[in-house]
Design a protein around this ligand. Structure first.
Ligand code: MG
Length: 184
C-alpha cells in the first residue's frame, strides 16, 4: 500500500522525540546564541529560538533526527544485531555514521553550517556535552551529532538573516535620506 505521511505528522513525531530524549528548543537555542553572539551584538535569544524552530520545519532535519534517535533507542533496548549493537551502545570512536547522517543534514545551510558543525562536533558544548554517550546516561550516539547539526543549521540561517536585516535597514535609511533631501 502506498501510504503517504503528512509532513505535519513527521514534524510532530520529531518534536515529541526530542522532548522524550531530553532536548528542549531552548537547549539548542543556547548553543546558537553562543555561536552567533560574538558576530551579532544585541542578538536576542528569541531570534535563536525562532531559527531552531525554522530548521526543525525542514524535512532533511526531521528525517535525520528520526533515523538517529530510533537507532539510539534500539541500542538502549538492546535490540540491534551484533556487532552494530556494541558499536552504537559504546559510541565506538571510529564508527562515524552518526556524524555522516548529521552532516548530511547541514549541507542545505551552506558553509557557515558546515564549519559550525565541525566546531560543535569537536567542542561538544552545552546539551551536546550532556548527551555524549561516553559521559552521561543512556545511548545518544546519534543524537549528540544531530543536535550539533540542528544548532549549526540554525546558526547559519541566523547569520544570513541578520545580514539581510542590516542591509534592509541600510536601504531604508538611504531611502529615507533621499526622500528628506528631496523634501528639503
Ligand atoms: Mg556521536
Amino acid at each position: 500500500m502506498n501510504k503517504r505521511i503528512h509532513s505535519k505528522e513527521v514534524k510532530a513525531a520529531t518534536m515529541n522525540l526530542l522532548k522524550e530524549r531530553g532536548v528542549s528548543i531552548m537547549d539548542v537555542a543556547e548553543i546558537v546564541y553562543d555561536m552567533q553572539s560574538p558576530y551579532a551584538p544585541g542578538l536576542k535569544m528569541d531570534d535563536c529560538i525562532e531559527s531552531v524552530e525554522a530548521v526543525l520545519d525542514k524535512r532533511e532535519m526531521q528525517h535525520a533526527l528520526l533515523v538517529g534517535i530510533e537507532l539510539d533507542k534500539l541500542a538502549e533496548q538492546n535490540k540491534l544485531s551484533e556487532p552494530l549493537q556494541s558499536i552504537v551502545e559504546t559510541d565506538e570512536g571510529l564508527f562515524g555514521i552518526d556524524e555522516t547522517i548529521a552532516m548530511g543534514a547541514v549541507y542545505g545551510y551552506g558553509s557557515i553550517a558546515i564549519t559550525t558543525f565541525g566546531h560543535l562536533d569537536k567542542q561538544k558544548v552545552g546539551i551536546i556535552q550532556k548527551l555524549d554517550t561516553k559521559h552521561g546516561n543512556g545511548v545518544h550516539t546519534f543524537l549528540d551529532d544531530l543536535i550539533a547539526s540542528l544548532a549549526a543549521n540554525a546558526s547559519s540561517r541566523l547569520a544570513h538573516r541578520i545580514r539581510d536585516r542590516e542591509e534592509n535597514l541600510k536601504e531604508e535609511e538611504i531611502r529615507k535620506r533621499d526622500e528628506e533631501e528631496r523634501i528639503g
